[in-house]
Design a protein around this ligand. Structure first.
Ligand code: HEM
Ligand code: HEM
Length: 240
């Protein structure tokens, strides 16, 4: 996989990349609308403070985790290919969109911890929460390491050349991890809602909406990865 190859690609390749990027933008917009529809319309809305309905604080969590480390991070990854700007401007957009993704994600984690503390629920007991904490920590680490290496103060040209492919691969792996964490989160919340005391019916419209949102998020993950990687046609010649 050569993630850097498309810069000099032919115009037909460029059209294919543009089409794949567009699919990712549409799925990102759809996922945002669906998660808002769920949390605002079905779950009663969003709030960082609430005396009598702590669930409103929880509701911020899925919304912010989807908009931050998934939608904004996806747009940051795509921006090298989707923005008609100079390379330097795209680099700043990439950096800033990831910073926004990280900040929104940090607020989403804060909201769910606040919800747990105020409702007397223990912290960090589930697989989702363990993988979630790892994901957001690695995301912060990747951002800081990339900032120091590629932006300020910046490493030597040789170090930047050597580390950039690893940055791109780890960046995509992290993005996939965020998508996987969100899948676990949707499943866990739906399991809570279908158990006591709510006992939501298995095929309730809201249950279908949550599952459908998770599928759109999964497809968004696939679209971002497919728009970013380049399949190297020379790699498997030896076994033909
Ligand atoms: C990148 C995406 C996400 C990350 C990094 C993440 C991270 C976390 C973390 C660290 C916790 C533990 C908080 C604590 O122990 O106090 C948590 C809790 C929770 N999250 Fe997420 N989350 C993400 C997306 C989602 C989504 C989309 C949902 C969908 C509803 C969700 C549902 C939940 C639920 C139900 C809990 C409470 C139960 C538990 O602690 O496992 N999460 N999340
Ligand atoms: C957690 C945050 C970050 C993630 C997940 C991430 C992820 C990625 C990915 C997946 C690529 C490959 C894009 C492509 O091939 O089209 C990439 C490229 C790049 N990233 Fe990041 N990145 C992050 C933060 C940063 C920061 C803070 C900088 C600092 C300037 C940076 C600098 C770059 C550069 C210079 C490229 C190469 C672009 C090119 O010339 O094609 N990244 N990043």
């Amino acid at each position: 996989m050569d993630t850097m190859m498309l810069k000099g690609a032919s115009s037909s390749n460029k059209a294919a990349v543009d089409a794949r990027t567009m699919v990712a933008h549409v799925l990102a917009a759809a996922a945002t609308v669906l998660v808002l529809l769920w949390c605002v319309h079905f779950r009663g809305g969003l709030a960082l403070r609430s005396q009598n309905n702590k669930m409103l604080i929880f509701n911020l969590h899925p919304v912010l985790m989807l908009i931050g480390p998934i939608v904004l991070a996806g747009e940051a990854i795509l921006c090298y290919r989707s923005l008609p700007l100079t390379r330097d401007a795209r680099k700043k957009a990439h950096l800033a969109l990831h910073a926004a993704g990280l900040a929104v994600g940090g607020l989403g984690i804060y909201a769910v911890f606040k919800f747990h503390v105020e409702s007397g629920i223990p912290n960090l007991y589930s697989l989702h929460s363990w993988i979630g904490i790892a994901t957001i920590s690695l995301y912060a680490f990747q951002w800081a390491a990339a900032f120091l290496t590629f932006f300020f103060p910046g490493a030597s040209a040789a170090t930047r050349r050597r580390t950039l492919p690893w940055h791109a691969v780890f960046g995509l792996l992290l993005f996939a991890l965020a998508v996987g964490t969100a899948q676990l989160g949707f499943l866990e919340k739906l399991t809570f809602m279908q158990g006591p005391p709510m006992r939501m019916p298995k095929y309730a419209p809201e249950a279908l909406l949550v599952n459908f949102t998770a599928i759109v998020v999964l497809l968004l993950g696939v679209a971002v990865v497919l728009a970013t990687v380049t399949v190297d046609g020379t790699r498997y010649n030896t076994i033909m």
